[in-house]
Write a protein that binds this ligand. Structure first.
Ligand SMILES: Cc1cc2nc3c(=O)[nH]c(=O)nc-3n(C[C@H](O)[C@H](O)[C@H](O)COP(=O)(O)O)c2cc1C
Length: 207
């Protein structure tokens, strides 16, 4: 039985975790939190043969779904895209009778090689992270889900170990806050990313 306000499902997708600097550390801060199910897609399905019914059962059991992945070509890694294509079925996730995910929340947790300054209208990438995330945000909406502002770690090539740890702490606070319902979501929605002022959006600090 879930004793927490919300159960959290972290759908993690990184095809080369052994080479990871950032995400390998970030997941250490959240994977063992009580009330959180950590699901490593590349570990579960190295051959890309996704067990659709199993994934759907896992989704139904949780209140908040987290897509955690590095940004690959301004999008999700291939296995997460395959997962979306197969698991979010018509008449299950969307369509007239597709109500399975209605009312759940979706959060993107993303790392990018590019620095934050590149993700501006006048920057090298010409668009903000929010704009690059429109396909996921709209997927969530079509499934009747509530898409939260993302948690983003930029500049992974130059980020220091201390900065990674700080992001890890923030990630843990946000996941715990979502689990306990102690995040001011109204305030959070005014931010372009959830971790731009983590302590500000928490209505109670974790112990
Ligand atoms: C195939 C591939 C595509 C990538 N595409 C982007 C991109 O579109 N934008 C960006 O900022 N970084 C991009 N990167 C950099 C990754 O986002 C970065 O290496 C990752 O976030 C680092 O996380 P890690 O240390 O956990 O591997 C790409 C990396 C790879 C391997």
């Amino acid at each position: 039985m879930n004793i927490y306000k919300n159960s959290i499902f972290i759908l993690f997708a990184h095809p080369a975790l052994q080479k990871s600097r950032v995400n390998k550390q970030l997941i250490r801060y959240v994977r063992d939190i009580e009330g959180v199910t950590f699901h490593d897609l590349y570990e579960e399905y190295p051959d890309f043969h996704i067990h659709v019914a199993r994934e759907q059962q896992l989704l139904v059991k949780h209140d908040i779904i987290v897509f955690h992945h590095p940004l690959f070509w301004f999008s999700v890694p291939a296995l997460l895209k395959e997962w979306m294509d197969l698991v979010l079925e018509h008449m299950w996730a969307y369509g007239k009778k597709g109500m399975a995910l209605k009312g759940k929340k979706l959060l993107s947790v993303i790392s990018t090689g590019g620095r934050e300054s590149l993700y501006q209208e006048k920057g090298y990438n010409r668009h903000t992270m929010g704009e690059f995330l429109y396909p996921i945000a709209q997927t969530a909406r079509v499934c009747g889900m509530d898409y939260l502002p993302p948690f983003v770690v930029h500049g992974t090539h130059t980020i220091t170990k201390e900065e990674i740890s700080r992001h890890g702490e923030d990630y843990r606070k946000i996941v715990t806050g979502l689990r306990d319902g102690t995040i001011d979501l109204e305030l959070a929605r005014t931010l372009t990313k959830l971790n731009s002022d983590t302590d500000h959006i928490l209505t109670e600090q974790e112990e």
